[in-house]
Ligand binder design. Structure first.
Ligand SMILES: Nc1ncnc2c1ncn2[C@@H]1O[C@H](COP(=O)(O)OP(=O)(O)O)[C@@H](O)[C@H]1O
Ligand SMILES: [Mg+2]
Length: 308
């Protein structure tokens, strides 16, 4: 443990930390697990290149805290504490197991499978609640969404050799779908932005969301939903279990319908994003997953609606 840092962060955050352990690093921040009194927390030290990022995460965490105070099914991560000038964010610790680990444990266990289905129902209800609470009919979808979609389609087309074989014309297709989506003036709402099973903790019948670093206030529930669909597609679980999970999620969401173009847009957005992450870095293991995906759950859809 770095004593110097422990003292520094304690002073910056105004809490007496008793331990500090680096657990992960990414492009944007260092992530520590820390202890104080009888509590645990997560501390994110942002690199500070883009000062907007830490504020987005803090604001989204504040919103999640508010949601979980009104919702018994959620594990609260408390009011985040942000020290902007130090690029520090302190987040309440969400106990429990990553839902991804739980799902693998549940694959051959009826009782756990049924619990997993309950968790999926909670998540469906949560996405519905977020959608209802955060719609902004006067606003347009965040420009970042369109920029990222253009970027992924370009990256896919430009992958050496594979690009020409599998992704020819993707830039044009992405542009066509994006224009159609924009013209449809779909009401935007809040999304978590990295809605995958690793970022969902589960325990005692409750779920806790973590990692709001990619939250967007002007997107659409189908963004999170198709992100989750891709993540589930890529897991080694029995197909019957996967469809049960999706059905439970739908049950939780209840009878809500989204315009066809919103499905088409976000399905393609998440499909291309997933393929880009798997295929453009030339990591053998990832590439195998990418090819399996491309032939199965991440295949081009024409414009068939995939979900709900
Ligand atoms: N609030 C939290 N409660 C418990 N563990 C957390 C929390 N936030 C992050 N973690 C742990 O740190 C890991 C990385 O944090 P995360 O916010 O997901 O960053 P990344 O963007 O690198 O995935 C998580 O997978 C989880 O194990
Ligand atoms: Mg994460």
């Amino acid at each position: 443990m770095n004593q110097q840092m422990l003292l520094e962060y304690s002073a910056d955050l105004g809490i007496q930390l008793t331990s500090l352990k680096l657990i992960q690093e990414n492009k944007y921040c260092l992530i520590y697990e820390a202890e104080f009194l009888d509590n645990k927390c997560i501390i994110k030290k942002y690199r500070g290149e883009d000062p907007a990022l830490i504020k987005i995460e803090a604001q989204a965490l504040g919103f999640y805290h508010q949601l979980s105070q009104e919702n018994e099914d959620l594990i609260d991560s408390g009011a985040p504490s942000l020290v902007e000038e130090k690029n520090l964010l302190c987040i309440g610790f969400v106990e429990g197991e990553a839902f991804s680990d739980f799902l693998y444990r549940a694959r051959k266990d009826e009782e756990l499978r049924s619990k997993a289905n309950n968790y999926m129902q909670i998540l469906g209800r949560l996405i519905r609640t977020i959608y209802e609470k955060t719609q902004q009919p006067e606003q347009e979808t965040a420009p970042l969404i369109y920029e990222y979609f253009a970027y992924t389609s370009k990256r896919l087309e430009e992958i050496s050799v594979l690009g020409t074989i599998f992704f020819k014309g993707y830039r044009d297709t992405a542009k066509r779908i994006a224009d159609k989506f924009r013209n449809a003036k779909i009401t935007p709402s809040f999304v978590h932005g990295d809605f995958v099973f690793k970022n969902i903790h589960v325990r005692d019948g409750k779920v806790g969301l973590i990692d709001f670093a990619n939250a967007i206030y002007l997107s659409h529930p189908l963004n999170d939903i198709y992100n989750m669909v891709m993540a589930l597609g890529n897991m080694f679980l029995p197909e019957s279990f996967k469809s049960e999970l999706i059905n439970s999620f739908k049950k939780g969401m209840g009878p809500v319908q989204f315009p066809e173009i919103a499905h088409e847009f976000y399905y393609e957005y998440q499909r291309q994003r997933w393929l880009m992450l798997k295929l453009s870095y030339f990591e053998p293991k990832e590439m195998i997953q990418g090819f399996i995906g491309l032939a199965t759950f991440a295949k081009p859809s024409g414009n068939k609606v995939k979900f709900l």
